[in-house]
Design a protein around this ligand. Structure first.
Ligand SMILES: Nc1ncnc2c1ncn2[C@@H]1O[C@H](COP(=O)(O)OP(=O)(O)OP(=O)(O)O)[C@@H](O)[C@H]1O
Length: 312
């Protein structure tokens, strides 16, 4: 049982939404699909669930001796980009509709419903019309509809969007529990702090192309840079920056601030004398690399390469 994507392409007239994309999703993992707006995440998800077809390349799912060109509906739990339940119906009626659609028996339905509604703090709203719930609470109901039938594959398009931090945490716990139950979860998201907490693997897309892909731990190791934020008491003079420019990667955050990225072989001991030549230091902070920072760096580097390629 594995999902293998090879050289996938999707074009909408002149727009290339997905380009030469190859990756694997391992069974039982939480796989996060990341990327700026318009990077191609939803286009990819729609192909994975069979809503649209690739223009080239292949999707191959091997499951129980069968081979599929998209995740078939009997194996799938799906939270689409465009949410849609029945607003006039109650929470329970909505859940019941999707459970029956997937052949979930009444006893299982009751137990699972109770379990998830309690987890999402929605038990008291079970008989309320869906439209009377806040947008965030409606989204939680829709998440439950996606997994009540315990699918093997769960595809969630932006499950954190529109949720407050408390509900985002509940969704993190929800996803961790799905993994514990043996489901494979592929989700797209913009909330790096949430992804960092629970993803096993990530794929970062930019302009339809893969920019970063792999186990989250491996990505952190590869980007294992120490970031030093320095505040000076006065403006950093341009000529002082030349002290750093040959050996250090840095950004000039504000007139009095620098952010310097140390490679694995560079030490603060080596850097400090240079900084002291530049002026009086007000504050010096060591920040560890976050997925947010890695994302920004990888996308910026890819955009720079892309622009260089375009001008050559
Ligand atoms: N049906 C469509 N017709 C034409 N162009 C489309 C269509 N769907 C997507 N696109 C284009 O394909 C590109 C990728 O869009 P997509 O929605 O897949 O990105 P995304 O990563 O999901 O973005 P977001 O994070 O904003 O949801 C964009 O340039 C978008 O405008």
């Amino acid at each position: 049982m594995s999902l293998r994507i090879k050289h996938l392409e999707k074009h909408y007239n002149s727009v290339t939404a997905v380009s030469q994309l190859s990756f694997d999703v391992q069974p039982g993992e939480i796989f996060a699909l990341l990327g700026p707006n318009g990077a191609g995440k939803s286009s990819l998800v729609k192909m994975l669930v069979g809503f649209t077809h690739p223009d080239a390349g292949s999707i191959e799912l091997l499951e129980d001796g069968n081979r599929y060109a998209a995740i078939p509906s009997h194996l799938l739990g799906y939270l689409p980009e465009d949410r849609g339940l029945y607003p006039e119906k109650t929470v329970k009626q909505n859940l019941q509709f999707f459970a029956r659609l997937h052949g979930v028996g009444e006893r299982d339905f009751t137990a699972r419903c109770q379990h998830w509604l309690t987890k999402f703090n929605l038990s008291e709203r079970v008989n309320a019309p869906l439209k009377s719930l806040s947008k965030g609470n409606q989204q939680k109901v829709q998440l439950i509809t996606a997994i009540l039938h315990k699918p093997k594959w769960v595809i969630l398009d932006e499950p954190f969007s529109g949720l407050d931090p408390i509900n985002q945490e509940l969704v993190v716990q929800f996803l961790a529990e799905l993994r514990q139950q043996g489901m494979t979860v592929l989700l797209s998201a913009h909330q790096m702090a949430m992804v960092e907490k629970l993803a096993d693997s990530v794929l970062l897309l930019n302009k339809g192309q893969s920019v970063l892909y792999g186990k989250l731990g491996d990505i952190f190791s590869a980007y294992n840079r120490n970031i030093i934020d320095v505040s000076f008491t006065q403006t950093v003079e341009l000529q002082h920056l030349t002290l750093l420019s040959d050996d250090y990667q840095f950004t000039h955050q504000a007139p009095t601030q620098l952010s310097i990225s140390l490679s694995q072989t560079q030490t603060l001991n080596q850097l400090l004398p240079l900084l002291l030549q530049m002026g009086d230091i007000r504050e010096l902070k060591n920040q560890s690399q976050s997925l947010h920072a890695i994302y920004l760096q990888a996308v910026a580097e890819h955009n720079a390469c892309d622009q260089q390629g375009a001008t050559v």
